[in-house]
Design a protein. Structure first.
Length: 164
């Protein structure tokens, strides 16, 4: 029996505005990988439903079981998957760990380590370039979500790529 060629899962950690989506697009292009964006899925499935952190948590939780199955099936075809979904808390990273360990796939966690000032500048620029995000891409939302941000540690056992 031949050995199964499993794709690599790439996912990202970084504060709001750190550049996760931009890096995800770059990685997907470089690797000829499938790119899955949580923002795109949420907006497509739940249009105009997310206006608070609680809304985001509610709808993100609904999405994750099916996304997990989808990603695992893609990985099992030997195709790399780049996920533009946040891995900003220990529990979010545990969800990713379940995805790749259950199918014995290699992975990379890309940690975009930039300061708050840089993130806030990027958020302001994004509000101008993408006016549809102006309601949620605010200083207040940044401060709210940043309270929960936990940088990854080596003890968590991920193959970590740090970008600053």
């Amino acid at each position: 029996m031949s050995e199964i060629n499993v794709g690599t899962l790439v996912f990202f950690c970084g504060k709001m505005g750190a550049g996760k989506s931009t890096k995800a697009q770059e990685f997907a292009s470089e690797r000829n990988a499938v790119l899955l964006s949580e923002d795109e899925w949420l907006e497509s499935l739940y249009p105009n439903k997310i206006s608070s952190l609680d809304d985001y948590i509610k709808y993100s939780r609904r999405l994750k079981p099916q996304i997990k199955k989808l990603v695992q099936s893609i990985l099992l075809t030997g195709t790399d998957v780049v996920m533009d979904f946040p891995a900003n808390t220990v529990s979010q990273r545990a969800w990713f760990k379940g995805i790749f360990t259950e199918v014995d796939a290699p992975h990379s966690l890309v940690f975009i380590d930039v300061g708050n000032a840089t993130c806030l500048e990027r958020i302001e620029k994004r509000r101008i370039e993408q006016p549809e995000r102006a309601a949620t891409d605010t200083v207040e939302m940044f401060e709210q979500v940043t309270k929960y941000f936990v940088a990854p540690t080596t003890e968590e056992g991920f193959h970590l790529i740090r970008i600053s």
